[in-house]
Each structure stands twice: as C-alpha cells, then as structure tokens.
Design a protein. Structure first.
Length: 309
C-alpha cells in the first residue's frame, strides 16, 4: 500500500519503521524544526529525523491544512494515512475521501487527550494499551478498529510504558491496514458514558507531598511524572527529583522522613525510593545517593513548589 505518515513524537517511530518495511511510505508529514539545547539549534522532530534516515520525503508545514500543503499531501494519492502524535488538528477538507487512522496511547474511550500514558500511570492503573481509531471532529472520539493491552508494572515509569506501548503500534496498525485492504474492517462506536480525559501535564504538577498522600497514590504519581515534568522535593534543604519508587512495608511512624534504607512512611503505608536525581546532578540509585550523603538519613522530605514561569 501507498502510505502517508503524519507524526512528530518518538511514539510513532516503531510504526513508521514497520510501515517502511512492508509498504511504500510515499511521504512523512511532521512539525517544523524547533530550537533545542543550550545553543537553540534548529532540530527536527524524532519522526522527521528517522524518516530522513530511511530516505522518505519529509514535509514540515506550520499548518498542514493550508491550501497549498493540503493539495501537496492529497496529491500523493496514498491508499491510507497513518497519524501518530502529529501535533496538529486535521481539517475536514484535508481528510475528505481519505482513509486515515490514528494510533492513540490508551484503550479508548479511557484517557482521551494529550497525556494518556502519563495519566494512566499517575492514576495507578493496572493496565493500559493502544487503540487504532478513525479520525473524528472531537478529540480521540473516532471508531475503534483495534486495541492492544499492556500491564503496567508496579515500578514502571511513564517513559517506560510509553516505549512499550510504542512497540504495540506496528502490529495493531498493520492488522487494521490488512483488514481495510480486504474490505473486512469494522469499527466499534465508543461508549461516551465511559469516556475520560487525559489533560496535558503542567510544571505545576511537578511535586508531591508524602505526608498527605497514601503509598499507592504517591507511588503512582512519582512514577507517572517521570520523566517530565518530574517530581521535585526537598530532602532537608537539598532539592532533588524522585525518579522511581515502589510500595513497601516499614518506614517508621513519622510520615515523610527518609530512612537509611530509602524507605519513607506516607500518610498511609510506605514507599521505597529507588532512584533519585539531585538538582544539577545525574540520576542515581538511592543507595548511592545516601552513601554520599549519610547525614540525610532521618531528614524530612518536603514538597518543592516548582517555578511555572
């Protein structure tokens, strides 16, 4: 099949690679290059960079719905469009008469919106997954053609779940394309009564109060906020990011006090800090952190209000 791929984020890379092996990807449409790093060097999106490595023509329009761009994309005469983490809303005029499908990082109708993976981890879900859907006027509200599930591990971070869900994309997309080519594709209407929203993450969420939360909620929040915006606290007077934790037994009686073994009592239950990153430093195992800072054992862990400016 002739495929046009519209995407920007790394979530779509495995699917783009799979499509390039099995089909003719005639073009990739991605977001424009943006300044990145200390030098503010113009940098392509992960999808645009990978497409260039694969030798696929890349378009980088500021507005894919602009008349000239719309004509160029439609002019490829593709059999199907695959949309994954593109970052621009596609107009009705652009999509008219096109078979277009989208890979979304949740089992819809749960977690419609910008941050489905992070919100699922932050909510302590035992399972999430991906859905392949048709494109609709309302966000993530199209017909569901296929789903694939993934169990969320007790220590898994959002970044890890993101990468594992991305690997489910190629198989799910290929199955839908095969069914479409055979004239056998059937979509299921989403149950609106079960729809939930996964709002975009903000820097204002980048902290945690271990004295106010139970262990399950604290664990889900910390692991869910890794890697962005992170979960910043003060250990005594040292600013640090909590990168990964697990629920555990013990922790003493006083909440939000760091034990010598990395265990912290919460409002109810306890967590063990597994990985931590001091401000300005690198991420490390908690044992290494405490070996270099033994006086912090017994220190209070307090929420740190991040700057949102």
């Amino acid at each position: 099949m002739r495929i046009v791929f519209l995407g920007s984020g790394a979530f779509g890379i495995p699917t783009l690679e799979g499509l390039a092996k099995r089909h003719e990807v005639v073009a990739v449409v991605s977001q424009p290059d943006k300044p990145a790093g200390r030098g503010k060097t113009l940098t392509p999106t992960p999808i645009a960079a990978r497409a260039a490595e694969l030798g696929i023509p890349v378009l980088k329009p500021a507005d894919v719905n602009e008349a000239g761009v719309r004509e160029a994309v439609r002019g490829y005469g593709a059999d199907a469009w695959v949309v994954i983490a593109f970052g621009q809303k596609l107009s009705r005029e652009l999509l008219e008469g096109v078979f277009a499908i989208n890979l979304h990082g949740s089992i819809l109708p749960a977690y419609r919106g910008a941050a489905p993976i992070q919100r699922a981890v932050m909510d302590g879900c035992a399972e999430t997954g991906v859905s392949v859907i048709s494109l609709a006027e309302r966000m993530d509200a199209g017909l569901v053609y296929a789903t694939r599930a993934h169990a969320i591990g007790a220590r898994e971070t959002s970044d890890e779940v993101h990468d594992r869900l991305a690997l489910l994309g190629p198989g799910a997309i290929e199955w839908v394309l095969t069914q479409h080519a055979a004239g056998a594709l059937v979509g299921a209407v989403q149950d609106e009564s079960l729809a939930t929203r996964a709002r975009k993450l903000s820097k204002a969420e980048a902290t945690v109060d271990l004295a106010e939360l139970d262990a399950r909620t604290a664990r889900a929040r910390i692991n869910g906020l890794n890697s962005w915006p992170g979960c910043t606290v003060l250990v005594a007077d040292l600013q640090a990011k909590l990168l990964r934790v697990e629920e555990c037994e013990g922790g003493g009686t006083a909440p939000a006090v760091l034990g010598a073994d990395g265990v912290v009592c919460t409002r109810a239950g306890a967590i063990r800090i597994l990985e931590i990153q001091p401000v300005g430093g690198r991420g490390m195992q908690m044992a290494e952190f405490l070996n270099g800072r033994p006086k912090l054992a017994g220190a209070a862990i307090r929420p740190f209000a991040p700057s949102v400016g």
